[in-house]
Design a protein around this ligand. Structure first.
Ligand code: DGT
Ligand code: CA
Ligand code: CA
Ligand code: ZN
Length: 573
């Protein structure tokens, strides 16, 4: 029998948790946790060390007692001490302890006071606010229990970019602290800026001697090691996210990055072109027979099959190889092309910052303009503006603009599109604005035909400028509503309206296919953030990523233009 390190460390984790629930001395509990960490971070299996008659007490945090226990586990496949404690403490408590992120003391209190021993009971008690009343718990703990349960349910779901970025950054920071590490890049769907990613694929260049895998395994948030090796290691983090680390030699950087960036079907396409040219292309390089001809950079890989560099966002096998061959690749928009933001909220409705605060944040980004577009009265829960409120805001902005130099605050509104296709505010006030953003915020369940007619009718209003988040979808939460996007794009074209690409990471709507369609039909897109705080202005990078996936160029996007050009484009005929 062969017992691997993750099995040993899992047994020690169970020991630690059950002892903690039992109220055992924290020192013993910690000893098991430390041992578990040590073992899961080893580059060699403990079973091999034992077969090699090596002294386990040389390992950090492993004394005589733990060494004997490791020996027992490796030779018998289980640990009698764990079997014993399981007779005293219900092992099912461990499951919810981990899911809800609770310590042993709290688990034991929940068990004795509320009789909770499984996840279902825990959830019910939290929902009925039974837990916050217990001494030492409180509402915050109750909320975090519910969040933990939700996260466990979402396990295996694809995660959105902000969370993925955060995890990637902390893993990279951790890896960079070790010696002998060269480049560290996140490849996979993350590099292609997909809306969501299933896991993180991190590529590291390093020499033979550097122990990247060992370093990675000492990352504190690892919950489970799936596989481990010198060139490839896969783990699951406490947050449930999978991370793959691949170590490649410096000279393979380009071909490995190309391989691990994907998409898989893009790669297959490139490899096929290689075969036609008598080349073999894989993660190690480009080969002619036995001879490696290149692979240091991605450019070299593309060049070997006679193509120019293809940006990661285009690598979805949706025509990019053909476009590359014909010299028709788009010159993709970049974040630095953005000159302003045309959709933002303030604390007057449901935002968190004043106009002045939003303006200074926008200026700090180097923008020339920012449109303030608070909600209209129909959205009562946001304290939406009625006509007279908006008049007040218009005057406020006029006065503010007089004090600003080199920056303009555009007067706007995010007005609700009513069920009958009318707008929530009267024309007499809309006509005083620089920009009118229009949104469907209710009645998502109309038939496709009715929804399409409703929006087209709204666009008939001569003050309608931008259709916000055109399909209303919320990634992982709400499906897009039924609407004929092609008819909407055509309608926008006929009327001189603009379509939004909302940069909120859970919206990113229009999606990439719709963006390509709009571009083909020569309808302008506004990439805006719909900011509800100064920090949200940073969401622009997600919108630009989606725009790039939609093949958009600088000229396709209205807010890459100077203020005077924007004003012209906002004028309806
Ligand atoms: P994801 O993780 O579902 O969001 O999407 P990806 O594209 O990151 O997929 P993943 O993590 O399975 O693989 C990362 C990259 O590695 C993928 O984009 C291309 C490459 N790759 C993985 N498996 C294969 C394979 O069987 N053949 C080829 N050619 N490439 C592969
Ligand atoms: Ca991936
Ligand atoms: Ca992967
Ligand atoms: Zn908004």
């Amino acid at each position: 029998m062969r017992v691997n390190n993750s099995a040993v460390s899992a047994i020690f984790d169970d020991m630690a948790d059950l002892l903690e629930i039992e109220g055992e001395n924290p020192f013993r509990v910690r000893a098991y946790r430390t041992a578990s960490r040590t073992i899961s971070g080893l580059s060699q299996d403990v079973s091999e060390l034992i077969a090699d008659t090596q002294d386990l007490t040389k390992l950090p945090g492993i004394g005589k007692d733990l060494a004997a226990k490791i020996y027992e586990i490796v030779t018998t496949g289980h640990l009698s001490a764990l079997d014993e404690i399981k007779k005293r403490v219900n092992p099912r408590l461990i499951e919810y302890m981990r899911i809800a992120g609770l310590g042993g003391k709290r688990v034991s209190a929940l068990n004795s006071k509320l009789g909770i021993f499984n996840l279902k009971q825990l959830e019910t008690a939290a929902r009925n606010h039974k837990i916050c009343k217990l001494p030492g718990f409180g509402e915050k703990v109750e909320r975090s229990i519910l969040q933990g349960i939700k996260r466990a349910r979402d396990y295996g779901k694809r995660i959105m970019l902000p969370e993925a970025e955060e995890i990637a950054e902390s893993v990279i920071r951790h890896l960079r602290e070790s010696k002998g590490i060269g480049k560290v890049v996140v490849a996979g769907s993350f590099r292609r800026r997909r809306e969501t990613v299933r896991d993180l694929d991190i590529m590291v260049t390093a020499g033979n001697s550097s122990d990247v895998s060992g370093r990675f395994l000492s990352f504190p948030q690892i919950s489970r090691v799936i596989s481990r090796g010198e060139t490839r290691t896969t783990v699951i983090l406490n947050s449930g996210i999978q991370v793959d680390i691949r170590v490649v030699p410096e000279e393979s950087y380009g071909s490995a990055l190309h391989y691990f960036t994907g998409s898989k079907s893009h790669n297959i396409g490139v490899r096929k072109l290689g075969v036609k040219a008598g080349l073999k292309i894989n993660e190690y390089g480009v080969f002619k027979g036995q001879r490696r001809i290149c692979g240091q950079s991605e450019e070299e890989v593309y060049e070997s099959v006679g193509l120019p560099f293809i940006e990661p966002e285009l690598r979805e096998d949706t025509g990019e190889l053909e476009a590359a061959r014909n010299g028709l690749l788009p010159n993709l928009i970049e974040l630095t092309d953005i000159k302003g933001d045309l959709h933002s909220h303030t604390s007057r409705t449901d935002g968190h910052a004043t106009i002045e605060e939003m303006v200074s944040a926008a200026r700090a980004k180097g923008y020339e303009y920012l449109a303030i577009t608070d909600h209209s009265k129909h959205l009562a829960m946001t304290h939406g503006l009625k006509e007279s409120d908006l008049e007040g805001q218009i005057e406020h902005i006029d006065r503010l603009n007089e004090t600003l130099e080199g920056f303009t605050v555009l007067k706007g509104i995010e007005v609700d599109i009513m069920e009958d296709g009318s707008l929530d505010l009267s024309d007499s006030v809309l006509k005083r604005l620089d920009v009118v953003v229009c949104s469907v915020h209710y009645k998502f369940n109309l038939s496709r035909d009715k929804q399409t007619k409703r929006v087209l009718k709204a666009m008939d209003n001569q003050y309608f400028n931008i259709l916000a988040h055109p399909t209303g979808r919320l990634i992982n939460k709400r499906e897009p509503f039924e609407i004929d996007i092609e008819a909407i794009i055509r309608g926008a074209k006929e009327r001189g309206c603009i379509l939004e690409l909302n940069s909120y990471p859970e919206r990113l709507d229009l999606n990439e296919t719709h963006c390509r369609l709009a571009k083909e039909m020569k309808v302008k897109i506004s990439i805006d953030t719909d900011s509800h705080s100064t920090g949200d202005l940073d969401f622009m990078r997600f919108g630009v990523g989606q725009a790039r996936r939609g093949w958009l160029e600088k000229d396709d996007v209205i807010n890459t233009r100077s203020l005077s050009d924007v004003r012209k484009l906002l004028k309806r005929k």
